[in-house]
Design a protein around this ligand. Structure first.
Ligand code: SF4
Length: 606
């Protein structure tokens, strides 16, 4: 009998021959991987042709949720999309909240696996009774907001949940996004381009089944316990009011707010573009994902535009990172990126890279179809973005991502392409947060914080640091020691959050879920014996699987590093002045703790 919690079915669709199959969820598989990102990774590892071109029909696209998705557990609404990334050529995945994952669960599915390529534009409609491939010619070319609205209208159901691409995905922009609920973005690693390469405009779901649990009373008690921890958390009020945009001022206070493409860590106009300013001047209401008691998202309204968000990464990418001091402009760009389906971090990095190359005299207007990339030039940004979306002129090259851009131009411009393994750096300068620096270097999808988010190093909880990680330095953001231990631990915590399909704002940043609590939640939901030990072993196994997969994609230790800016150029001012990241030493220590050899290869027995 199928354990409770899980939907119980896996949907497989081959768009080339329009073959649709429904399989029973394999419980052994779920016990091994829990769900969500873990299960997606295992699926790719087991079934993907590693040599496949990411934009070919052979690439495999996996939508995955887990046993707690759509339950009463706070913020358990996340879905992960995984595939070989067209931006990086290695493991790609991206998660988003909203209402899509819970709807997929209500339709009874744990995973949707899509291969092949449809001859014509299509969308896939999934309900608890059937799945069908429908024509999407009439919505090809439409933006994400229009697409959602047309599909809801033609299905005569405003409650269907739509995960769609915009024109950027259709045009195979390598950092194109998928969006659900219009503004919940599967942002990183170009999953939107993978949908586009399959002529798949959207995955649309509708379900009414409900989620049955093994031991509802115990589960409910645990949910209540978690709710209380969230509400009494010291950051609750700020997170609710500002969401992740609280980081604009917080990182500036630490001297690590990316400013003019990480050349500085202090931004003198931060007050004008901060989360506080956004909340004061443009926020009209809070928005929430399914069943979250923080509702951290915000709806904004200006004379020119409206929409949901932006998250910190978008806000920083379109203000201080590229020298823009105009908050209203950043909101207008947020709406544009969300509608067209473009990742704000990667697009922002292409712009920052171009601006720095111009500043240093390496490139000029003539290299960029006459566009003037002086710092903060809003006119240029506004002209460039549609060119990227439509792959017009120089926009065609920008649509390949910063790594490819710098490889095209050469002339010393590669040193200013701030990416790891092809994934553009997030907006936190690692020189003042060393464990984050290690995380970016080793993260299995490239320059990213979400694989570990070792916030503990910012807490100054020195005694606890000594007890948990063997050195007080683990609680000191500027120290190098103990950071590998910390990352090895928080990497599992981050993955746990993804496997339980929980929001990282809660599961990780607030540091209120431990392995024991998770094992009790999983056991009471499913009836399977998810002991603490089994949960930890599953997580460790998935991390090794991700590594092995990336080795098959061609990753070697030379890529477990950071751009030179962070290892050789000390920050010039502020509370992180003089710092660089000793990344080589930290990575070595990380390998040692993992039991990986000097080439970063996991031991055979693992
Ligand atoms: S904290 Fe914000 S992003 Fe996370 S689940 Fe709640 S509303 Fe969604």
């Amino acid at each position: 009998m199928m354990p409770r919690g899980y939907g119980g079915k896996i949907l497989r669709v081959n768009l080339s021959n329009r073959d649709i199959r429904i399989e029973k969820t394999d419980i052994g598989y779920m016990l091994k991987t829990i769900g969500g990102r873990g299960c997606n990774s295992q699926r790719l590892f087991d079934e993907l042709d590693f040599d496949a071109d990411p934009l070919s029909p052979e690439n495999m696209l996996v939508f995955g949720i887990g046993p707690l998705t759509g339950t009463l557990l706070s913020a358990s609404a996340f879905t992960t999309i995984s595939a070989k990334s067209p931006l990086t050529g290695i493991l790609g995945d991206s998660a988003a909240g909203g209402f899509f994952g819970p709807e997929l669960k209500q339709a009874g599915f744990d995973q949707v696996i899509i291969t092949g390529k449809s001859e014509h534009p299509c969308y896939l409609f999934v309900t608890e009774e059937y799945a069908e491939i429908r024509d999407a010619s009439h919505i090809w070319g439409k933006d994400i907001w229009q697409t959602t609205s047309v599909i809801r209208k033609e299905l005569n159901d405003n409650a269907v949940q739509v995960a769609a691409i915009g024109p950027a995905g259709e045009n195979l922009v390598r950092f194109a996004t998928v969006a659900c609920n219009n503004s919940r973005m599967f942002g990183r690693t170009g999953m939107g381009a993978v949908l586009g390469s399959k002529n798949l405009k959207a995955l649309v779901v509708r379900g009414k089944k409900g989620v049955r649990l093994h031991d509802p009373l115990t589960f409910l008690k645990l949910c209540k316990e978690l709710d209380e921890k969230i509400i009494s958390h010291p950051e609750y009020a700020d997170r609710r009011n500002l969401g992740s945009t609280l980081l604009m001022k917080a990182l500036n206070n630490l001297g690590i707010l990316p400013t003019n493409h990480f050349q500085e860590g202090l931004c003198d106009y931060v007050d004008d573009v901060s989360g506080e300013s956004l909340a004061r001047n443009f926020k009209t209401k809070n928005k929430s994902c399914f069943n979250c008691n923080i509702h951290c998202s915000r709806y904004y309204l200006t004379r020119e535009t409206e929409g949901e968000g932006p998250e910190y990464e978008t806000l920083c990418s379109y203000t201080s990172r590229i020298g823009v001091d105009d908050l209203k402009f950043a909101l207008r760009m947020t709406s544009f990126l969300n509608k067209m389906g473009v990742d704000s971090l990667s697009s922002g990095e292409t712009i920052g890279w171009a601006m720095e190359c111009v500043q240093r005299g390496l490139l000029d207007k003539n290299d960029f179809d006459g566009l003037d990339f002086t710092w903060g030039n809003k006119e240029t940004i506004e002209k460039l973005l549609p060119m990227i979306v439509n792959r017009e002129g120089i926009g065609d090259l920008f649509a390949e991502g910063t790594r490819a851009l710098s490889e095209h131009f050469q002339k010393g411009t590669r040193d200013y392409a701030l990416h790891v393994k092809g994934l553009d750096m997030i907006c936190g300068d690692p020189r003042g947060i060393k464990a984050f620096g290690l995380t970016y270097a080793i993260a299995s999808r490239g320059g990213d914080h979400l694989r570990a988010e070792p916030f503990f190093e910012l807490t100054n909880r020195f005694e606890e640091a000594e007890k948990r990680f063997g050195t007080r330095d683990a609680g000191d953001r500027l120290a190098d020691n103990g950071k590998a231990d910390l990352v090895v631990f928080t990497e599992k915590q981050a993955l746990l959050t993804d496997c339980m399909t929980m929001c990282k704002n809660i599961g990780l940043s607030m540091d209120i879920i431990d392995f024991d609590f998770a094992s009790r939640l999983l056991t009471s939901a499913t009836g399977l014996k998810f002991t603490e030990d089994r949960v930890v072993r599953s997580l460790e196994g998935i991390i090794e699987t991700d590594r092995l997969m990336n080795i098959k994609f061609g990753i070697d230790p030379s890529q477990d590093t950071l751009p030179k800016r962070f290892t050789e150029e000390p920050l010039a001012q502020g509370p992180s002045k003089g710092q660089v990241v000793p990344v080589e030493k930290m990575v070595k220590e990380y390998y040692r703790l993992k039991g990986w050899d000097k080439n970063g290869v996991p031991a055979r027995k693992k």
